[in-house]
Design a protein around this ligand. Structure first.
Ligand code: MLT
Length: 325
């Protein structure tokens, strides 16, 4: 009997050995980071900023691959289905990790159970912006203009289920606006069209629109946050401008479920090191972003946020009566 037990233990150890060896040797080749939106947009900017720092900590390149489509759910499906060996990671956002289940009945992942959560990477408020030529100078004149013309206006977003889509749903339904919705593979191409005057307005992440607001190529009407942003001191909050609309977005890193704990621990350490770096913190201020602190960091903080955001956003989407499929 003892011999059988010994053999069983030996067999289990032999099976576990390659996984342990894999985790110990990790990373010994470049790591792919799937960004489920177009290059140059907010998710991409955060993934590259943090990814570059993590590359230095881990001694291997984190290589971003942009896999856009279906409001980011195409790319996040790839992450959920990848081998859990630490060589494929994903950076999703409030849309892919909270709104998608309510919008896509056939979604192939569950943001709360299909991933190994790594960490929230940043929070960033949404900003109400329009093309430069729109006849409005502040939020009040924009709302007056849109009230009279909303059915002739176009609203750009990063695909059904993306943050720009969901925040637009809330904003437009709160005001009774019914613009034509124009979907892109990310808000980087949407913003290009806003600058070119091809679409009329957007509600998008501060970190995407701040450079264009500063360059004067688009108009900013209000920051959907309780406080003004240090990097945009002249843009009022929605509350100051008389509108009850607060919408904070976030981006987060995940790995496929089953990624070994040793690898997850190394990833968390590398993310924390990046978030604590003063140069990243200074860049976050420029980008109108803040880093998670304390218990909000790491897998538990992200899991809690995903669950609370799914509970918060699902009724909003159901009330708006939209689906992605
Ligand atoms: C979104 O609206 O979800 C994001 O802006 C997507 C992106 O990173 O382009």
């Amino acid at each position: 009997m003892k011999t059988i037990v010994k053999l069983a233990v030996a067999a289990a150890m032999a099976l576990a050995a390659p996984a342990v060896a894999l985790a110990q040797a990790w990373p010994n080749k470049p790591i792919t980071v799937i960004v489920p939106f177009a290059a140059g947009g907010p998710t991409d900017v955060v993934a590259r900023l943090i990814g570059e720092h993590m590359s230095r900590t881990l001694g291997q390149q984190l290589v971003v691959e942009n896999v856009g489509g279906a409001g980011g759910s195409t790319g996040m499906t790839r992450v959920a289905q990848a081998a859990p060996d630490g060589y494929t990671l994903g950076v999703g956002n409030m849309g892919t990790q909270s709104a998608a289940p309510a919008l896509y009945p056939n979604l192939k992942y569950d943001p709360a159970t299909s991933f190994q959560q790594i960490s929230i990477l940043n929070y960033t408020p949404q900003i109400v912006v329009s093309k430069k030529a729109l006849e409005a100078s502040d939020l009040k004149s924009f709302l007056d203009f849109a009230k009279a013309n909303h059915e002739k206006l176009s609203y750009g977003h990063a695909g059904v289920g993306s943050i720009s889509h969901v925040s637009g749903l809330v904003f437009n339904s709160q005001l009774g606006f019914k613009p034509a919705l124009v979907a892109y593979r990310g808000t980087a191409p949407a913003l290009n069209d806003l600058v070119a005057g091809q679409i009329d307005y957007m509600v998008d992440q501060a970190l995407n629109v701040i450079p264009q607001i500063k360059a004067g190529t688009i108009k900013a009407f209000a920051v959907a946050a309780p406080e003004r942003l240090a990097s945009l001191p002249d843009v009022p909050t929605t509350k100051e401008a008389g509108l009850d609309f607060i919408f904070s977005a976030w981006n987060a890193m995940v790995a496929p479920k089953g990624t070994p704990k040793e690898i997850v621990d190394k990833l968390i350490e590398a993310v924390n090191k990046a978030l604590d770096d003063p140069t990243i913190q200074a860049r976050y201020v420029e980008l109108g972003s803040t880093a998670p602190k304390g218990a909000d960091r790491g897998p538990a903080g992200l899991q809690k946020l995903v669950e609370s955001e799914v509970a918060r956003i699902t009724p909003v989407i159901k009330a708006a009566g939209v689906t992605g499929n």
